[in-house]
Design a protein around this ligand. Structure first.
Ligand SMILES: O=C(COP(=O)(O)O)[C@H](O)[C@H](O)COP(=O)(O)O
Ligand SMILES: [Mg+2]
Length: 420
């Protein structure tokens, strides 16, 4: 019995997984491919009296391609193998036990190609790129945002004041940090109320729409309670640590039907995305989050403090924004049908000096977020926000930053501190 069928032509309706697999000492690629297909579909370590021929015929996975040089294995799974609207269970098959088997030395999921019938079972983003642009009336440039710093520690009142400074300085978006929840020094309810008061004032003073990404990450019931508070407050967005909260929570939350858009922070993703030989890459996770329905997603910066090359980050950007993603040497073709594009978030170690490079790599449908790069400005948050806005103005007008900085004090001070 083998799951290898190199003559098999995958059907449009199959779910395809592209693995990179490392065979254990003394074993070859065929062996390892067979073990992966077996464990991730219907089999186990020995043959079974209970594995009826019709199950074998209908539900087994098929290894349809093995690339010895790159150690790639491509496997097709019949859609009947899955409960379509159950993402956690789908991942339990194709990206579950397989990572821990002794018969596989190391294993990486490089891509999952979702078929149309599966995609139709998911909501995708409620707003996505276009929806967030309509919400804010910002159509012709990237969004600018900040994460309040210190990441935790500020009392709610100061948090709101720092948010105000960032908004009036010129940023569109203020975000809680991923580990700010409802600590004793900064309770969720108080932070929400005070920050929204300041948001109203900032909107009035600037004539611009401002966005507050309030972190509702918590055990699920509490997360929903906080989402209800946010909905009642009229705020347009929530933030969720999607990887930490889990696929079940993210799918369920989106299906609850709240009005707010979802900003997805990916804290902890690197525990499974970082090692190039093992785990699941960010591209695959990003596809899952697009399907589940987040509106904004952190994808890396290529230039800041977090890992991720320019090629990798721009491929993730394409994957979450294009309607039809073309295949290349390490990804499948993917059609997204009715699923909206996600706003990509570049964040982590950024400051005004990075703005031109981030726009060159990722384009305009992004949020450029800087925490330290705003609140670390020598003159404080408002000047830091102004410097970010000036950097973006310079980029949009095609003027080199150093030149624009001659006439723009805040940008000049930022570049002096962060670049020299
Ligand atoms: O708080 C920050 C960035 O702060 P700062 O601007 O001070 O570095 C975010 O949590 C990181 O962006 C996460 O990384 P990623 O976006 O790669 O998931
Ligand atoms: Mg953070």
């Amino acid at each position: 019995m083998t799951y290898i069928d190199l003559n098999y032509q995958p059907r449009e309706s199959d779910l395809l997984v592209w693995f990179r697999a490392e065979p254990p000492a003394g074993k070859d690629m065929k062996y390892v491919a067979d073990r992966i297909a077996e464990e991730s579909s219907i089999g186990t370590w020995t043959d079974l009296k209970t594995l009826l021929p019709e199950i074998w015929e209908k539900l087994r996975a098929r290894v349809y391609e093995i690339d010895e040089k790159n150690k790639y294995v491509k496997i097709a799974y019949p859609l009947h193998l899955f409960e379509i609207k159950n993402m956690p269970a789908i991942l339990a098959s194709v990206a579950g036990n397989v990572f821990g088997m002794k018969s596989v030395e190391a294993l990486r999921v490089l891509d999952i190609r979702f078929p149309k019938e599966l995609i139709q079972g998911y909501l995708g983003p409620k707003y996505g790129v276009q929806g967030v642009r309509e919400m804010t009336k910002v159509y012709d440039r990237p969004f600018l945002g900040t994460i309040i710093k210190p990441k935790i520690g500020l009392p709610a009142k100061m948090h709101a004041e720092v948010a105000y400074e960032a908004w009036v300085g010129g940023l569109d978006i203020v975000k809680d940090d991923e580990n700010l929840a409802s600590q004793e020094f900064n309770r969720f309810e108080e932070r929400l109320a005070l920050t929204l008061e300041k948001k109203d004032i900032a909107e009035e003073e600037t004539g611009e729409k401002k966005i507050y990404l309030v972190n509702i990450t918590a055990p699920y019931k509490e997360m929903i309670r906080r989402a209800e508070l946010v909905q009642d407050s009229g705020n347009e967005f929530v933030m969720i640590d999607v990887f930490i909260s889990g696929f079940s929570a993210v799918q369920s939350y989106r299906e609850e039907g709240f009005k707010m858009a979802i900003h997805a922070h990916r804290a902890m993703h690197a525990a499974i995305t970082r090692n190039p030989e093992h785990g699941i890459n960010m591209l695959t996770l990003a596809k899952v989050y697009r399907l589940l329905g987040v509106d904004n997603l952190h994808i890396g910066t290529a230039v800041g403090k977090m890992e991720g090359s320019a090629k990798e980050v721009s491929e993730i950007r394409e994957e979450i924004q294009l309607e039809n993603v073309p295949a290349n040497e390490s990804r499948f073709e993917q059609k997204w049908y009715e699923i909206k594009p996600v706003l990509a978030v570049a964040s982590g170690g950024l400051h005004p000096g990075h703005v031109p490079a981030v726009v060159d790599i990722l384009g305009k449908d992004i949020v450029i977020q800087a925490g330290g790069g705003v609140h670390g400005h020598p003159e404080g948050t408002r000047a830091g926000a102004k410097a970010m806005r000036e950097a973006l103005e310079a980029k949009m007008q095609g003027i080199p930053l150093e030149e624009y900085a001659k006439e723009h004090k805040e940008l000049r001070e930022a570049l002096e501190k962060f670049l020299h």
